[in-house]
Write a protein that binds this ligand. Structure first.
Ligand code: ADP
Length: 216
């Protein structure tokens, strides 16, 4: 269902939230006091406005109180973050999400009525750490937001099988660029006949989502 959002604070977090919601087909009003931040999302959201969101009249003038969801994505300015969260709730926005910098900050946001509190930095760190553990990732190079090159210890399920039989591109959407047999021996661009052996390190390029689907 199409919903109407206001995203306040267009730093890295606010910008990616605003753009993603828009690309999912929602209506997004993006707001920042910094003109440059506003310019940089202009093409990718429904409406982008330069304003200080602490000014209640400005928010009212933009019809913010009629929207379904408010996202307060201001990071460093705690006072603005708290004040704006409070104002959005007092205006009657049914669901307000606020970004917290710390657990204590999160507690304050909860007290003043935020419906959801997010800790983007911590969440990202936890997710990344989980990924490392789950798939035996030894190293990675980020190629883009979605794609990376990973070095993973060959999953036990792959051992003693040929790449041809494993058919990893079709089954897991990963591409094997090289197999490290030892420090000295590396098979570059291995063919279908290459056999995965125990303790091999696979150098793969894939979407981060695909990585999480690999067996241990
Ligand atoms: P991130 O860590 O996600 O990059 P930042 O805290 O660096 O987040 O970015 C916050 C954004 O919020 C900045 O672009 C800043 O201009 C904006 N901002 C801060 N205070 C206000 C305010 N009172 N009204 C509107 N925008 C604000």
């Amino acid at each position: 269902m199409r919903k109407q959002f206001v995203v306040i604070g267009l730093g890295r977090f606010g910008t990616s939230v605003a753009k993603t919601l828009t690309s999912l087909g929602h209506e997004v009003l993006a707001l920042d006091k910094n003109e440059q931040a506003v310019q940089s999302v202009m093409q990718d959201v429904t409406q982008a406005v330069q304003a200080d969101a602490r000014e209640e009249d400005t928010l009212r003038g933009l019809g913010v109180r009629n929207l379904d969801v408010g996202v307060v994505a201001i990071g460093d300015d705690l006072e603005a973050n708290i004040l704006i969260t409070l104002m959005l709730k007092e205006m009657g926005i049914p669901y307000v999400v606020a970004k917290a910098q710390s657990v204590q900050h999160g507690k304050v946001l909860e007290k003043i009525g935020a419906d959801k509190i997010v800790y983007p930095e911590q969440d990202m760190g936890i997710r990344l750490a989980n990924n490392f553990i789950r798939t035996n990732v030894m190293d990675f190079i980020e190629l883009s937001l979605d794609y990376s090159i990973f070095e993973i210890i060959a999953p036990s399920k792959f051992v003693n099988q040929t790449l041809g039989k494993l058919n990893l591109r079709a089954v897991y959407k990963i591409n094997v660029m090289a197999i490290k047999k030892s420090k000295e021996e590396i098979v570059i661009a291995p063919g279908a006949n290459a056999v995965v052996e125990e303790k091999d390190v696979l150098v793969i390029v894939c979407n981060k989502k695909a990585l999480s689907k690999l067996p241990d």
